[in-house]
Design a protein around this ligand. Sequence first.
Ligand SMILES: [Zn+2]
Length: 310
Amino acid sequence: MKKRRFWTRKQWCSGILLAFFLAAQTFVLSGCGNDPAATSQEESDNLVIATSFYPMYIMVLNVTQDIPGVEAVNVTGTVTGCLHDYQLTTNDLKKIHKAQILVVNGAHMESFLDQVIAQQPELKIVDASEGIELIEDNHHEKNAHIWVSISLAMEQVQNIADQLAATDPNNAQGYQSNAQNYIRKLEELKSEMHAQLDSLEDRNIVTFHEAFPYFAQEFGLNIVATVEREPGSEPVAAELKETIDIIRQSGVRAIFVEPQYSTKAAETIATETGAQVYTLDPAVTGPEEPEAYIEIMNRNLQVLLEALGS
Ligand SMILES: [Zn+2]
């Protein structure tokens, strides 16, 4: 019979790692994380702020910019679209276990995280949707795509800064001044978009999935139909026909697909109706840079002008 060792080598490693993380956590939470020397040490000395997905990651990159000892990690990495029906990978879980704070969009976007959050009670959750009024669809389901509205993205940035400041008071000033800088840029973006879009006469659009109600509300656009009821599930024949009928009746000229999903159904509808297919980006994927959201929205502005301008 094989002799049973007290701990296997793997268990020893996990034990040591766990002890190390606990020590690091105490170190950071006691405020020593501000010590400039700490940044040059092991990366686990950092306060690790995990984000549930891309739009939250871009916000946190801005709010934590140039704050020493604070590290932003995006749990879902480069997923191919919205998080509907997302399944966490082992790698995602590792990132969550390493974090002291998890920033979520909220509004039920991250239901796939519920179980993990319950198992890690010491993890501080920052809910970016706090206090934001949600749009309900015809089935009384709340829409989670808050960040696609620039005004609401600004509120989310402020929410993130406030909750990070409360959790990590040593860096409160840094979070708040970063948030103010970023909100100022978003305010400029919003003004520019209003200046260019407010005079459009044609305001009827068809979007790919239910990602744009907050955006449409902000800029006075009218979503007359969506191509896919659930993103990633091709519409059945009856749904296609319904969308085609709506487009014919309303005279919609533009169908907006999303860069993250197949354009097949939209192209079928376009062929049947004579409408044109354009790409409108809900900013759920993109470069991992602080300016990425603003750049995506600027591209959306150009596309809308091209599609709806006279
Ligand atoms: Zn979505």
